[in-house]
Design a binder for this molecule. Structure first.
Ligand SMILES: *[C@@H]1O[C@H](CO)[C@@H](O)[C@H](O)[C@H]1NC(C)=O
Ligand SMILES: *[C@@H]1O[C@H](CO)[C@@H](O)[C@H](O)[C@H]1NC(C)=O
Ligand SMILES: *[C@@H]1O[C@H](CO)[C@@H](O)[C@H](O)[C@H]1NC(C)=O
Ligand SMILES: *[C@@H]1O[C@H](CO)[C@@H](O)[C@H](O)[C@H]1NC(C)=O
Length: 509
């Protein structure tokens, strides 16, 4: 009896084993969901895809991102070209597959990786491709060597596209490997290698060099040294591939933000304004001086699509023209302290910044000691709103730029105004340095700006546009106080009613 039971048990176990085996076999064979030749992977089938495909190029994306869309299109194009090859393309939606992304250490997006021989730990990172051709070029260059780039230059030299030409006497130099490694990382750029004496003679080279050619013209040359690194070479190529000044647009944004140059100078300017040409010319000539160190970007404030960028830098269109520097490593910004944007001032600003001597622009300066002791109160970003929006005080604020003559010319007048109201507890005359403090309210008019905040619960600003003389200013304050008083009666009534209603509600409860 007992033996029979045991036998039965063994048979059962065997059955389970057999069943399990065929099940996993069937799983291995089950096709992966595909879209336009690209595998759609999830946590449940990612490992199986790794086992099956020796070379798996995976695009980790989030839907709705513009760059993600472009890469997806490039993947579909490349999938058609790579049909039957040993490389399989795949995509993972990281907005849905959070666990898988975490397990694979995928941060940011888009991320593109080539997984080799089923190893999930050491994928090769693939640069974000501009097109399907860049994917194919990248895969090809990964497997090749500098010798594959040896070309007859007569055709590519005349090309409108930039060509990066390595002029090397021997191909066995270590820096030729560095050159080739840069070519792998920049699949969207055309690379060539030549050992042609004619080319060496034509450009008067006495040393191995990397030339940037466009339409048969030499744009820039880089002397290859034993210590030249791949990173340096990539900076050189990506910088000279762009114009000295790049305008920020939907098309250039990703090129600007992915630049290896992490110091950016931004000129916020209205391109239709009269002084544009003059300012742009000063900005451009400075750009030439600081190439490879600082990337120069033009932002047209009259273009509404730049609204988000301007919001990020807290720049309002009436403040233009102005120049900001930003260190993209720590996101600290700096404001050019001058209202004359000429070459001399821009160059000094850039030089000071690089030497660590520029003063960062802050959300707010610290509140100065004794800020409310003098007739004119000194406000900073931190206490501006608290002081200005006071329902019991009329507050008149001068927003000034300390380096501007026009601003400074108003200081004595502001002192006089403060003295005129010195005995009045309900009037505050104040000023704030608009260059050192972020102004968190929407205002109109360029600096210097004279703004009155009436004694109301409502957060209201009245901009003074009359003559900048004592008498009209006093008259303006008094008139606005009269107006506010009437409005305040209404406000108080509304509040009283509101409070009564609340009490009635409470009683009802
Ligand atoms: C992710 O990172 C952790 C910590 O660095 C490491 O232990 C783990 O192996 C990584 N996972 C993969 C798939 O590489
Ligand atoms: C830009 O300048 C033009 C011409 O002076 C003007 O009409 C336009 O309103 C300005 N735009 C902004 C946003 O300042
Ligand atoms: C930019 O920030 C990084 C990180 O804080 C710092 O090391 C670097 O010196 C800064 N660059 C400049 C030019 O200030
Ligand atoms: C300005 O407003 C933003 C959000 O609206 C806030 O995070 C920031 O602290 C404010 N800055 C100052 C100086 O009050």
């Amino acid at each position: 009896m007992r033996r029979v039971l045991l036998l039965g048990l063994t048979a059962f176990c065997l059955c389970v084993f057999v069943a399990a085996d065929t099940k996993s076999d069937r799983q291995e064979e089950r096709p992966f969901p595909e879209k336009d030749g690209v595998l759609q992977l999830k946590k449940g089938n990612f490992k199986r895809a790794l086992r099956k495909y020796d070379q798996l190029l995976v695009h980790f994306y989030t839907p709705l991102s513009g760059e993600g869309h472009r890469v997806s299109a490039a993947f579909e194009g490349a999938a058609a070209e790579l049909k039957g090859s040993k490389v399989k393309l795949a995509a993972v939606d990281v907005s849905k597959e959070k666990d898988l992304a975490k397990e694979l250490n995928v941060t940011g997006h888009p991320v593109i990786r080539l997984y080799l021989s089923g190893d999930k730990h050491n994928p090769a990172p693939c640069p974000v491709p501009q097109s399907s051709a860049s994917i194919l070029t990248w895969l090809k260059r990964r497997e090749g060597s500098a010798a594959d780039l040896v070309t007859d230059l007569s055709q590519s030299e005349a090309s409108e596209e930039l060509t990066v030409v390595g002029v090397f006497k021997e191909l066995n130099h270590e820096y030729v490997q560095v050159f080739y490694a840069a070519a792998v990382e920049l699949p969207d750029v055309r690379f060539a290698v030549t050992q042609d004496d004619e080319v060496i003679g034509k450009y008067g080279l006495t040393h191995d060099a990397v030339l940037l050619l466009k339409e048969s013209k030499l744009i820039q040359a880089y002397k290859m040294m034993p210590e030249t690194s791949k990173e340096e070479l990539i900076v050189f190529i990506t910088v000279y591939q762009m114009d000295p000044v790049t305008e920020y647009t939907g098309q250039t944004a990703s090129q600007i933000l992915s630049s290896p140059v992490l110091n950016h100078a931004l000129l916020f300017v209205n391109k239709s304004s009269e002084d544009f040409d003059e300012i742009f010319s000063a900005f451009s000539s400075t750009a030439e001086t600081f190439r490879m160190k600082i990337l120069f970007v033009l932002v047209n404030v009259a273009e509404h699509r730049n609204g988000r960028l301007m919001e990020y830098f807290r720049v309002q269109d009436f403040e233009a023209p102005l120049i900001r520097l930003v260190n993209l490593t720590n996101h600290v910004t700096y404001h050019l302290p001058s209202d004359t944007l000429n070459t001399e001032h821009i160059e000094k600003f850039c030089q000071d910044y690089l030497e660590g001597k520029a003063k960062p622009k802050m959300q707010s300066e610290p509140i100065p000691e004794g800020w409310d002791q003098k007739p004119v109160k000194e406000l900073v970003g931190m206490n501006l709103e608290k002081v200005a929006f006071n329902p019991d005080r009329t507050v008149f604020v001068l927003f000034y730029l300390p380096y501007s003559k026009e601003s400074r010319a108003l200081f004595p007048l502001w002192e006089e105004l403060a003295e005129a109201f010195e005995e009045r507890e309900d009037v505050v005359i104040a000023r704030i340095d608009a260059s050192a403090n972020d102004i968190n309210m929407s205002m109109q008019g360029a600096y210097p700006s004279l703004c009155l905040f009436p004694a109301l619960y409502a957060e209201r600003v009245v901009v003074y546009t009359g003559p900048r003389k004592l008498k009209p200013l006093i008259k303006f304050v008094e008139k606005e106080m009269e107006k506010a008083k009437k409005y305040r009666v209404k406000e108080d009534e509304d509040r009283r009613k509101y409070i009564e209603d609340m009490k009635a509600e409470e009683l009802n409860v």
